[in-house]
Design a binder for this molecule. Structure first.
Ligand code: PLP
Length: 459
């Protein structure tokens, strides 16, 4: 017998959003402006254009346009894998014995395996429109590099991906996938750039770092004709592109007049959570709802729960403009953990501001607890979750169990940002009980905070 609310609530192609939603337009108190690290003045389009594509920078600086149309050319690629399913977790609810209703928006149905393609599509499209012929980027865990390689193949652009050397060795299938889509993959540090050569001279056996890979990608972009650098998280234009997740989720829930009481997402740089919560947060800011929003981060990299609200660089090499955000300091080195996409020192500035002002809650979770939630979820729902997304699962299960205690029938919505098919070594470590739960000491965090820029704004 069919269920009153279907297990999968689908939208049709013509119900897909045709504009992204710019949450900043509805924030009475905006995040602080991005600063030029030399002059400490707000950055302009001209400051950013030599490195980034022009249209995304315009979006970054736009705080007032509420709806920004999604160009037909981007909708075209979206239609190849969207709308993504919104799923009622009937089986998980049953196993937990909770009166709560649990829904999740699943972004792992495209080949890159995560939400990152939503912004990769937009950035590659705008680059092509601008007349560029190639792009550069870095990738740590590999999801962003894969998404960019797919988008560049679709729009006909060359792509060079600097992949942190240890990751390229640990994740050979990610590397193979990126190369199969036609991108050039260079393990970083490499001898193709000055910054790479400098690091190799100092330490020829280094496994590389995200900061180093960013430096190499930016250097190559700046030195190459008709080439720019693209970034897959943290920035506001990335969050803007990811609002397709929230807009679709809201449209699907609206069909059945479902109003979420709690919205949960994992947070690395904040793009999938920010994209999911944006339209619902808009309602809350306008006084139309009382939804709770929960960001979940790894205990090993606790930018929200133990970070500082300060101006900081986006990269370890200290080359980017300064962003005021919740941060552990660009010099913070998180321990190796299995949720690679969440190992970032800072957090998107809009989410950081909303957290500071009390609109978003945050919690951190230890790695083994997250994997135990992942296993419970996959046994019930049949979907293999990404380790990153499993942080959201953990919090959703905890909230549902809380409802079981109180008897409340709350509606919980969480973001399942991706699948874990390329993360089986992590599940092996969990199964073999060799997974550790490193939580940084206050001294370790102090070393990161010591790298925050020493500027008047941070006093
Ligand atoms: C990259 C990634 C994340 C973290 O990035 P956000 O910008 O915080 O969304 C989360 N989940 C998956 C599957 C990812 O690939």
């Amino acid at each position: 017998m069919a269920r009153k609310i279907p297990t999968r609530i689908y939208l049709s192609e013509d119900e897909m959003p045709t504009s992204w939603y710019n949450l900043r337009a509805d924030m009475k108190e905006k995040p602080d402006p991005i600063l030029h690290p030399g002059t400490l003045k707000p950055v302009s389009l001209a400051d950013m254009e030599p490195v980034f594509c022009t249209e995304p920078v315009k979006q970054e600086l736009d705080e007032t346009t509420r709806f920004i149309p999604i160009p037909e050319g981007i909708q075209d690629l979206y239609r190849a894998y969207r709308p993504s399913p919104l799923i009622r977790a009937y089986y998980l609810e049953k196993i937990l014995g909770t009166p709560a209703e649990i829904y999740y928006k699943f972004e792992g149905t495209n080949t890159s395996g995560s939400h990152k393609l939503n912004s990769a599509a937009a950035q590659a499209f705008y680059a092509k429109e601008q007349g560029l012929t190639s792009l550069t980027t870095e990738t740590g865990a590999g999801q962003w590099g894969t998404a960019m390689s797919m988008a560049c193949a679709f729009y006909g652009l060359d792509l060079t991906v600097y992949m942190v050397k240890v990751s390229s060795e640990q994740k050979p299938y990610r590397k193979a996938l990126i190369e199969t889509y036609g991108a050039k993959l260079i393990p970083s540090p490499s001898n193709t750039t000055e910054s790479g050569r400098k690091i190799l001279e100092q330490d020829p056996n280094t496994g590389g770092s995200l900061g180093c890979a960013i430096s190499e990608a930016v250097e190559t972009a700046v030195k190459t004709d008709k080439c720019r650098y693209v970034l897959g998280s943290v920035l506001n234009y990335v969050l803007l592109h990811q609002t397709v997740i929230g807009l679709e989720a809201k449209a699907a829930l609206d069909k059945y007049k479902i109003k979420p009481d709690i919205i949960i997402g994992c947070a690395g740089g904040g793009s999938n959570l920010g994209g999911l919560l944006a339209p619902f947060m808009g309602d809350k800011l306008r006084g139309k709802s009382n939804t709770r929003f929960i960001a979940v981060e790894p205990a090993s990299c606790p930018s929200f729960t133990r970070g500082r609200y300060a101006y900081d660089f986006g990269d370890t090499a200290k080359t980017t403009p300064l962003i005021r955000m919740m941060t552990l300091g660009s010099g913070f080195v998180p321990s190796a953990n299995h949720a690679g996409g969440l190992r970032y020192h800072g957090m998107n500035s809009v989410l950081s501001k909303l957290y500071k002002d009390g609109y978003v809650e945050a919690r951190s979770e230890a790695q083994t607890d997250v994997f135990s939630a992942a296993v419970q979820f996959m046994k019930a729902e049949g979907i293999l979750p990404a380790p990153e997304s499993s942080h959201a699962i953990k919090a959703a299960i905890d909230e549902a169990l809380e409802c079981k205690k109180t008897g409340e029938k709350k509606v919980i919505l969480f973001g399942l940002s991706g699948t874990g098919f390329f993360d089986m070594t992590a599940f092996m470590a969990y199964n073999n009980k060799t997974m550790n739960d490193h939580i940084p000491s206050d001294e370790e965090l102090a070393r990161g905070f010591a790298t925050l820029p020493d500027i008047p704004q941070n006093k």
